[in-house]
Design a protein around this ligand. Structure first.
Ligand code: UDP
Length: 190
């Protein structure tokens, strides 16, 4: 769509795939693509490249689903970041995956973590951080993530900041799954 790859998995299939990514232990980048992001990528070849090199690109927005229909290669359903996070939380609680939530204004990631743990008592959220860190604080966060290695890193810095951030740091972090989730932490925090 507008030169961006979109993967035609259902939510259930996407969760199964992410489960395999985590089992592999190797770093994977997941993009939840909406129309604004695809449009921006038209004029931003680096962003387009990041999207097309990602390990999974889900159709986050209704516009993306609609466009794939018009283009004659319909995806089976919308796989929004928030739905992916909710579905992954079930699996994470069951399988003992370590989660880290990064992004939003101060307090949002903590509140999102609190709400997620309330809903999924076994969930292992190993940490949270707001998304307005200084360079020094960001270095500390990267060090912390390297040492504590979450299985699943949710990055909510808005697009395209989160896509650039993940692309830049994923390899050094070695996190099996990093997902750009846009405003999902705000939604979870309520
Ligand atoms: N955000 C952040 N750091 C930044 C810019 C944005 O943590 O430097 C957060 C912002 O607080 C919000 C989230 O990114 O929680 C998503 O922002 P927005 O709704 O603008 O992005 P979109 O969902 O449209 O990609």
């Amino acid at each position: 769509m507008l030169g961006c790859r979109v993967d035609g998995f259902t939510l259930k299939e996407a969760v199964e795939l992410l489960s395999c990514f985590i089992a592999s232990g190797k770093p994977h980048h997941v993009v939840t693509l909406n129309a604004e992001m695809a449009y921006r990528a038209l004029h931003d070849p680096e962003l387009k490249d990041i999207i097309n090199r990602a390990d999974l690109v889900t159709p986050d927005g209704a516009g993306v689903v609609w466009a794939t229909r018009i283009l004659g290669t319909p995806v089976p359903e919308r796989v929004a970041g928030i739905d992916l996070v909710q579905a992954l939380a079930w699996q994470a609680a069951e399988k003992g995956w370590r989660l880290f939530l990064y992004g939003g204004v101060p307090g949002v990631a903590e509140e999102a973590a609190r709400k997620l743990k309330e809903r999924h008592p076994g969930l292992n959220i190993i940490g949270t951080s707001h998304g307005y860190l200084s360079k020094e604080e960001e270095r500390e966060l990267l060090q912390h993530l390297k040492e504590n290695r979450p299985h699943l890193l949710l990055v909510a810095l808005g697009s395209p900041k989160q896509e650039y951030w993940i692309a830049q740091h994923l390899k050094e972090l070695g996190v099996p799954v990093a997902i750009g989730v846009g405003g999902s932490l705000d939604v979870l925090a309520g």
